[in-house]
Design a protein around this ligand. Structure first.
Ligand code: PLP
Length: 445
């Protein structure tokens, strides 16, 4: 008989070959592992923990809803908690983009949005409209359809044969401007590429344009000029293309406003959310459809052919409603704006390190970019894993960050994101900055 080694864990790990500590408990902006080691959660996990860890009121609201009615199928029942949540969220949603379709994650939300855009055009009899334009540096999810809409060559590479091709427009990533220009002299020329792509594809074939208001993990909190979004909105309107704002990372106060589209004043036709929506207390995603889309689908005989077993879930709605209460009652969105400035002031000082090329972001969504050469902004080869090395060193010293990148030159580029819970204190910001400072020095970065 062949000897089969018994594995030490039956969990298929999130990252193969890398042992991670076992969490014991978490409170505010701090996580402790089972050995008693303390970590400052400098990134709220993957920019999820907006209201902070250990909120009993959220846990209690979830438990009460689970005891009352944990699950009903969305085609069979609605729930008071879901109805109330949708009503309360509508107050904060941009414009009329407020009809809530609750799902279980950001990728599910974007899949839903894409199908909704297609269904909208079918409802209008525009049957040839099916393409979705995305941007060259972007991330919209890890399912096959949303990966196909993500400008992340490194994540796509193994699955390329499975991914449908999708039109790609230039990303407004100013630090690595695709046109080699600088704002404001550039006149935001990159946005013209969106129109060129729509015209090249044939506007009658394009259903939607999807964009993160601030480019998240792929670029590390790259903030486009506000006129970019406004002009992109005009281009979409000119060609009958729906504007989808992916607020999965930026939504629910992360940038110091309820939604990052508020910075430009653009009202999307469809908005997607996730992450901070439940603060991590439940897996969640959502689509918010504007009146135009919602009413077209409601009137259409074809309706909206879609659905997930766990959509419209009452316990998820309870977690989200309790999270919304905390955000509102404690003024945490405003706090994210204030603490964001304090964080930025501290982190900008890291620019003195020889390989910190840029520190950017908005609110408590901050990216620190590492470059091989500051003058030319040339990135390190991705294979060197500089961002991961910095993340690992900071983790060892007790600071959780969110390393990523790849957006600087197609495949290369290193960013480490800082995005603590909104309850983070000034002392904790000092601690985060000091740990990063020490980690950069230790690695010669
Ligand atoms: N969209 C954006 C902008 C994201 O940052 C993410 C996740 O990082 C997603 C979509 C996918 O969300 P999820 O991982 O919950 O599926």
């Amino acid at each position: 008989m062949p000897l089969v080694e018994r594995p030490s864990s039956f969990v298929f790990p999130r990252r193969l070959g890398a042992a991670v500590p076992t969490v014991e408990r978490a409170e505010g902006a701090v996580v402790w592992d089972r050995s008693g080691k303390r970590y400052l959660d400098g990134s709220g996990g993957a920019l999820v923990v907006n209201i902070g860890h250990g909120r009993r009121e959220v846990a209690e609201a979830m438990a009460a809803q689970a005891a009352a009615a944990a699950y009903v199928h969305g085609t069979q029942f609605t729930s008071a908690v879901l109805e109330e949540y949708a009503r309360r969220l509508a107050v904060h949603a941009p414009g009329d983009c407020n009809r809530l379709y609750l799902v279980s994650g950001g990728s599910e939300a974007n899949e839903t949005a894409v199908k909704m855009a297609r269904a909208y055009h079918l409802a209008l009899g525009q049957t040839s409209r099916h393409k979705v334009v995305h941007r060259s540096v972007s991330y919209h999810g890890n399912t096959l359809a949303t990966l196909a809409l993500s400008g992340r060559p490194n994540l796509r590479a193994p699955y390329e044969p499975l991914l449908p091709s999708a039109p790609e427009a230039m990303a407004p990533f100013c630090y690595h401007c695709p046109l080699g220009r600088a704002y404001p002299e550039c006149g935001v020329a990159c946005v013209e590429d969106l129109e060129a792509v729509i015209l090249r594809e044939g506007p009658e074939t394009v259903a939607a344009y999807i964009a993160e208001p601030i480019i998240g993990a792929s670029a590390g909190a790259a903030v486009p000029p506000e006129d970019y979004a406004r002009r992109a909105r005009e281009i979409c309107d000119r060609h009958g293309v729906l504007y989808v704002a992916d607020e999965v990372m930026t939504g629910f106060g992360r940038t110091g406003r309820w939604f990052a589209t508020e910075w430009s004043g653009v009202v999307p036709d469809i908005m997607t959310c996730g992450k901070g929506m439940s603060g991590g207390y439940m897996p969640v995603g959502a689509v918010l459809a504007g009146e135009r889309v919602a009413s077209a689908l409601t009137r259409s005989p074809g309706g909206f052919v879609h659905g997930f077993t766990f959509s419209h879930n009452p316990v998820t709605a309870a977690a989200c409603l309790a999270t919304l209460d905390v955000l509102e009652n404690e003024g945490l969105v405003e706090r994210a704006a204030v603490m964001g400035e304090k964080a930025m002031a501290r982190l900008r000082a890291l620019g003195a390190h020889p390989h910190v090329g840029d520190v950017r972001g908005r609110g408590l969504m901050i990216g620190v970019e590492l470059v091989a050469d500051k003058e030319s902004r040339r990135p390190f080869p991705r294979a060197e894993g500089r961002a991961e090395a910095l993340g690992a060193e900071a983790f060892r010293r007790g600071l959780v960050t969110y390393p990523g990148g790849g957006g600087a030159s197609g495949r290369d580029g290193d960013v480490v994101m800082l995005a603590p819970p909104f309850v983070v204190t000034e002392a904790e910001l000092d601690e985060a900055a000091a740990i990063l400072d020490g980690s950069l020095s230790a690695l010669g970065l």
